[in-house]
Design a protein around this ligand. Sequence first.
Ligand SMILES: [Zn+2]
Ligand SMILES: [Zn+2]
Length: 505
Amino acid sequence: MILFCCEVKPIKAIVSSSISTSSRSRSTRFLYELEVSLRKGIDEYLKSGNQTEELQNALQLLQIPGIFRKEDRVSPFISIPFCAGCNIVASILLAVPRITVKTLLKRFCIWLGVEPPDVCQGFFDVNAETLIYIADNTPHLSSQRICTIVFQFMGCKEFFKHDWTINIPKEKNIKQLGVTEKKRSNLNPINPIKILHLSDIHYDVDYTIGSDAACDEPMCCRPGSQPDYFQNAAGRWGAYRCDTSWEMFNGALDHITSQHDDITYIYFTGDIVDHKLWGTSMRRNTKVISSVLEKLKNSFEGIPIFPVLGNHDPHPLNAYSPDSVNNKSFSSQWIFKLVAEKWQMWLPTETKETILKGGYYTVLVKPGFRIVALNSAVCFFTNWWLIFDDYDPYGQLNWLVDVLLKAEENGEIVHIISHVPSGDFTCFKNWGKEYAEIIKRFSKTVIAQFNGHTHRQDVSLYYKDTTMKHPINIAFTGGSLTTWYGVNPNYLVHHVDPVFYVRSA
Ligand SMILES: [Zn+2]
Ligand SMILES: [Zn+2]
């Protein structure tokens, strides 16, 4: 039985062309030998279940502890270029018989120190099927493409350049369209309206007071765990390595409603489900999402809430499948159906069509003021479906252009809300670049953007050009209600001009 192919070209291709010929050939030879050692070692492991010394030595060179933990990521692959290592591992996984892929994904996750064994097992129990489907159904899939999508933030680039653009019509008569400078100068911040900006709730149904809040897993405070010291016990109102308990969530909403009885709109910028990324299921996520939305409705009776989806809300985690995928184990249709139904508490019926298509919508809140809610979680780097097809998932950016063109023609002011900020390092660059182009083109119509995901309260500026001298747009990132990871829970209240919808305080 042939277990492995012998393709070494990809590895040659990713060795930097800036290094000298002799050191390049040494580097190429080293990588080639590393790949051969790994292939031989994996072959033996699959036959006998034994790890040879050669395999162990090769794995030592590929350690990437905490690579997916943005909070404590260490410099990985100290011995060899990161992308070269990724390319070797991905090419092996593509070449082995499919029946062994799930086992090897788990083994590599453990061997390379990515996460503790229970996390690796649980995560790939859920995700392996999606990855195998993608490997089997993506024409000419290469290891470079996988590394480019998943590890773009580590500088991996596909050797065969792939790029795409969105068709964005040029401006017509700019004096007649959108919000002119003259209109802006008439701002009246005397009686601003209040927009509450909530983000990243990450409700943990299993949060247990007194449990271990300093565990090895990505998220702690699990039932049955015991802290070594009392200082590491999960507190009543939270812990810095844990997500939000129901009690804390309720307390936060009580605080908001007691302090602000004059909120006009609420923007909720996504991520309801907790960080137990190795334990998601459609059933669990549905329960969590439903209870949080119901609680928001009861706490803010009569106030319109405009929600978006986050990368933690689907199951499998982060994965938004194309609408052509019908497999019930990993199609995203279930979450679009769920929120299309639940969000009707606040949204007009006509929003259902695009929510069912890809979790996005637009609402003309009142004449002249429009909200566009995007599912920017599609650009998240471990949305595996970007490997399958990265071109404008769900046609969302093309749709955005159409919406903004109409808004511009009608002289409407637009707020855009979405989860992942387009310039965040976790957002697939092509998607973020085209989104920024759209913002640049419609900067007189889009007055402000509101994001979540980073768990940090900050702002992002969009510039006219690469000189970065002329800011043309702003995005407010809302922080998070969860304390994960190492942050205090927060919410924002934007004081907004009631006519021009520009933030005044
Ligand atoms: Zn989050
Ligand atoms: Zn997120």
